[in-house]
Design a protein around this ligand. Structure first.
Ligand code: KG4
Ligand code: ZN
Length: 347
């Protein structure tokens, strides 16, 4: 099956073409256009993001088809991110994709963005086995899940306030490092001392697997005020604060994922989402390989927001249409079985 997929939930416009069957999932193209200019506003401006998607989506689609050497007529399935995300931004990709599916008389599958991050480690054919513990860490979400099959996914914990990536972005903003914060904090932390200062992370009482990252941002802010940061700041101090903050976040993510592995007797961990690009996070989880664990991180083009992961998830959803995907926006709240909704357009 040839799949054409779209991702426009935030500030990346992406289109991808995949060739999937029962044996292999091959990405033929994965074009990503990042809207870098949001950095001047210190965060993504939804209205501007939507307009940019609108401007870019047609030529990104053309590029994706050309690079894959596939024509629209050869496409069997069209997918697009339907949730969660910025509504104006989502609507651009979703309606563009639906209109295309309608025009070529092919089915359309709406895809949950977080679920697709979870499956991103399956794109290059590395992760092929179940069960595994999945840690999804992005700018908007932090989730720990136990995955027994494509359709049997149990949410063990999530953030009760800020997402891990959001904490990176906010701390970078406090330090005057711009947006997005994750890559720059990661880079500067390499020159810093992770033991310079202990930034406490809130303990979440209700479930042992939930996360909380808003407190650490406040404790970084208070600490900087206490030391008169603006007067004493220098490159070494900034690097030390980045390293100490990053250490605390990585420890929190690692501890819960490791505990979940013990409880569920699993030795495979898949980390995904934008924050999975973090070098300290990779190092920490990869250290588990000495204990016999299999650790998976996506390639950089699949850790950031991309349409290839949407295409694979849409294909899996379509292929498993007899079963219910246990993971959709409703299930985040109620854990109820989510509806499998795809539309077939017959004109
Ligand atoms: O998954 P993603 O591309 O978009 C969302 O779905 O949110 O994640 C973006 C997030 C941003 O918060 C960004 O700062 C963070 O991923 N990020 C990183 C790194 N690269 C991106 N965080 C820590 N270290 C990195 N190297
Ligand atoms: Zn994402």
């Amino acid at each position: 099956m040839k799949i054409l997929a779209f991702e426009t939930s935030c500030d990346e416009t992406s289109a991808a073409v995949l060739h999937c069957n029962n044996i292999t999932n091959k990405v033929l193209s994965n074009i990503i256009s990042s809207q870098l200019f949001h950095s001047e506003f210190g965060g993504v401006v939804p209205e501007i993001a939507s307009r940019e998607h609108l401007k870019n989506i047609s030529h990104i689609t053309k590029q994706a088809l050309e690079k894959a050497n596939v024509t629209l007529k050869q496409i069997d399935l069209v997918c697009a991110t339907s949730e969660p995300g910025l509504i104006g931004a989502l609507l651009v990709g979703l309606n563009y994709a639906k209109a295309l599916a309608c025009a070529i008389h092919k089915p359309f599958v709406p895809v949950n963005h977080i679920l697709s991050h979870l499956f991103s480690n399956m794109l290059s054919g590395q992760l092929e086995k179940f069960p595994f513990i999945g840690l999804i860490v992005s700018g908007g979400h932090t989730l720990l899940v136990h995955v027994q099959s494509y359709t049997d996914i149990k949410i063990l914990g999530s953030t009760i306030d800020d997402a891990a990536g959001e904490a990176f972005d906010k701390v970078a903003k406090i330090l005057g490092l711009g947006y997005p914060g994750g890559p720059v904090v990661d880079k500067l932390a390499k020159q810093g001392d992770a033991k310079y200062h202990k930034f406490p992370l809130a303990i979440v009482k209700d479930t042992e697997y939930d996360f909380s990252f808003s407190g650490i941002k406040t404790s970084v802010l208070y600490y900087l005020r206490k030391i008169n940061f603006n007067e004493v700041k220098n490159d070494k101090l900034i690097a030390d604060v980045c390293a100490s903050f990053q250490f605390a976040v990585v420890e929190s993510l690692y501890k819960r994922a490791y505990e979940a592995c013990k409880e569920y007797d699993v030795k495979i961990i898949s980390v995904s989402g934008g924050v999975s690009a973090n070098s300290a996070l990779k190092e920490k989880f990869n250290s588990l390989k000495d204990k016999g664990f299999e650790i998976y991180f996506p390639e950089i083009q699949y850790s950031m927001d991309n349409a290839a992961m949407i295409g694979l998830t849409g294909y899996l959803k379509y292929k498993n249409s007899d079963e219910k995907f246990l993971f959709d926006s409703e299930s985040l709240k109620t854990n109820a079985k989510a509806r499998l909704d795809y539309e077939r357009f017959e004109l």
